[in-house]
Ligand binder design. Structure first.
Ligand SMILES: [Fe+2]
Ligand SMILES: [Fe+2]
Length: 159
């Protein structure tokens, strides 16, 4: 699945996959709540996993290779992850109460995510691809499978 892929290709595909799950949630929440809720859970866990992959493996590799950890793009990206996480929780608290009135929070999340993802896809991922070798990227992809599930499988209202 990750054979020979660049960071940009793989992580961009994960953004697209997550976008589709969120669209499914939005499209179905007023007609088939059970299915919408399922899509939201998959989205939430998937996004949390994506963020752990970035912060623990990708950004840390970039910071090590470039020597930029307090400066450079990653502190801002980590900060945006916290905002994304907060918005995700505010939608989640409505979903667990079967409250469909989350349009405003959804819009907030989509706004945050679209600008965040655009910056990663256009600038940060290509820069990471440039400073890493194929071998180093392979290690990232391998280590992604070794992240313990309890780091990201937090859903929904169980923590
Ligand atoms: Fe990110
Ligand atoms: Fe990302």
């Amino acid at each position: 699945m990750t054979e020979g892929k660049t960071i940009r290709e793989f992580f961009e595909q994960d953004h697209d996959r997550l976008d589709e799950l969120f669209t499914t949630f939005q499209q179905l929440k007023r007609s088939d709540f059970a299915k919408a809720e399922q899509a939201f859970k998959e989205f939430k866990v998937g996004l949390q996993r994506h963020i752990v992959w970035e912060e623990d493996l990708l950004f840390s590799l970039w910071e090590k290779k470039t020597g930029m950890s307090d400066s450079g793009p990653t502190p801002a990206m980590r900060n945006e992850h916290r905002q994304i996480g907060q918005q995700l929780e505010s939608i989640n608290s409505k979903v667990v109460n079967q409250n469909m009135d989350s349009d405003q929070e959804e819009e907030g999340l989509l706004n945050l995510l679209s600008s965040h993802n655009r910056k990663e896809e256009r600038a940060l991922y290509p820069a990471i691809d440039q400073v890493t070798s194929a071998e180093e990227r392979k290690v990232v992809f391998l280590n992604m499978n070794n992240i313990p599930e309890e780091r990201y499988n937090l859903c929904c209202g169980q923590h």
